[in-house]
Write a protein that binds this ligand. Sequence first.
Ligand code: KIV
Length: 294
Amino acid sequence: MTDTSAAAAGTPYGTLPPASPLPQRRPVSLPRLAQMREAGEKITMLTAYDATFAAVADAAGVECILVGDSLGMVCQGLPSTVGVALDTMAYHTESVVRGLQRVQGTAWVVADLPFASYHESREQALRSASRLMQAGAHMVKLEGGGWTAPTVQFLVERGIPVCAHLGLTPQTVHALGGYRVQGKGDQAAQQLRRHALELQDAGAAMLVLEMVPAVLASDLTQALPRCHTIGIGAGSGTAGQVLVMHDMLGINLGKNPKFVRDFMQGAGSVRGAIEAYVQAVKNGSFPDNAQHAW
Ligand code: KIV
């Protein structure tokens, strides 16, 4: 007999499957990430901005999902991340978290505090961070070193896990003069190192290092036992790696940066591409310092 039920027909518009009552995997947590680091297992992070891609990334084994303000460029068509609003970050964070909940996802969700949402005062940062935590994030990320350390401490003391971001910090692209490698030369490297140590002391549990020389990123990783370094264009010596999902799927509307590999090539499906990314990070074949780093 032909099954004419809605289930047999499939669900429209990428609808996620209904939640099953028996979660199979343990949720990713800060202690779990610390255990992975201690065991020498690389941490994988990938951006996602909506329910479906978040669920696919989770199913493919990504431990951390970053609701990055790169959504300004990827989803909103903005020229940089500077124009992204806190409301927009909250909207996308809610979407990602709902997607994960629908599939009993286990990923750790990091949400970006956008430009000008934490710059005014520590109190403003707390209000903005609370908004993203109430949208379902497990951790917030903010850019910059030096002036940000007291803000990080203020948030961490109030129970908000913080990921810092040094090196190429896209929210300050205009001040930096473009998307360029940072931390080159002794003075710049020393300043980056000082900022990273201050952020660890302030309680940051994670640190994205973007477009910094591989040797420096590897050295910082050794110097930061309590703060997991997550590299993007920072070589293979960091505790983990992150990429923008659309870049690694080869659907960047411009030219992919040097540090990206197109994992869609030969993968056959989005899930296959993300699984290949996870595997390559775990087995150390991505990034390849000769090709993807400085
Ligand atoms: O916004 C983002 O996607 C990011 C990554 C590039 C690390 O910050």
